[in-house]
Design a protein around this ligand. Sequence first.
Ligand code: KG4
Ligand code: ZN
Length: 405
Amino acid sequence: MKILGIETSCDETAAAVVAGNGERARVLSNIVSSQIEIHKKYGGVVPEVAAREHVLNILPVINEALETAGLNKKIEKKKQRPKNNDGIATLRSAPLAMTDIDAIAVTVGPGLITSLITGIETAKSLAYAWNIPLIGVNHIEGHIYANFIESRNTQHTTCNMQRITCNTQHATYNKKFEFPAIILTVSGGHTMLVLMNGHGRFKTIGETRDDAAGEAFDKAAKMMGIGYPGGPVISAEAEKFLISKLHPSSEYKQIINKSKIINHKSKISLPRPMIDSPDFDFSFSGLKTAIRYALEEDKNWKDRIPEYCAEFQQAIIDVLIKKTIKAGNKFNVKTIMLAGGVSANKELRKQLEKQVLKNNFKFSLPDLKYTTDNAAMIATAGYFKALRKEFTPWQDLRVDCNLEF
Ligand code: KG4
Ligand code: ZN
């Protein structure tokens, strides 16, 4: 079964084609048109700008996904009209026609309403024109299903050995997935612990009471003026500090040593909010305030950005890991899974894997390229919904920007 996935919930216009094999989905194409460069100068996503970009990009992106998957070879390419700023020429020139896609899966929420609507209306039109079923997908479910994408990446391990010590070549990880599972879902908009008892059987057992983990990364990076999105830049800065600790003679350590601040008696120490609370909820807004005060009190913070980033990142990781393992034990699960944009964080991947294996759970995490927003994950979630015949008539599919999970 081949599924076309469409994702436009925030600032990525994405389309992908996957083919399911019962246990996993193989990616035939995965096209993402990112708007990060456009939104960078504003330090965050500007909804109106994002919406306009989606309108311009959606059909060319879908067409590329179909072509890459080898599904619309029959279509004669019409002569492309020159692009203009209103997007009309681009829309008219996009060569779309009937393909051998079995169903279309599209993100219906949560997300920005003006962004979501472009993906949904396009999906509805195509489903009507091609007379194929339509599947509405919750964006968070999509992130979770990035774990069910077939991979040839040796980096991913579902074996019981630590990645550092495991020399096995995991050509693909098509192994049967073992339920129940606890999924740590961490993105720009959500931080949740989800119990998964089987395909489509989810129960949220904890979530953030204020900021999401990704949001905290983004806001802290903004405070330090080091770039957008915050997660990757904080992680890169933190890595400099961690490398300097591991390799004291490195060039970076010399730079740190030159700054007077290194002789400060007090090491940077940020709180681990709610780490020992009896529930499975999170809270990251206090951490954000703590780093703000720490920066305000430190005249030389600009010399210590890698150190602040390392501590900030570690504070988030400590809380996430402790609560995830606690949930795994409480619900007696077989597998622990990581999902969402923040799952791109190298230290989180590494440290969580270590703790998960130490506690005798199986571990699953998505390939890096499927961690942040993409349509392959939406198509994969759609494939499993299609197996359960969870289709929605195109007339009934609605945007729900606050869709609960
Ligand atoms: O899932 P995603 O692409 O979009 C949402 O659904 O929100 O997640 C984006 C979030 C951003 O907050 C970004 O800063 C964070 O994921 N992120 C990271 C990393 N890469 C992306 N956070 C920490 N470390 C990273 N390497
Ligand atoms: Zn996302």
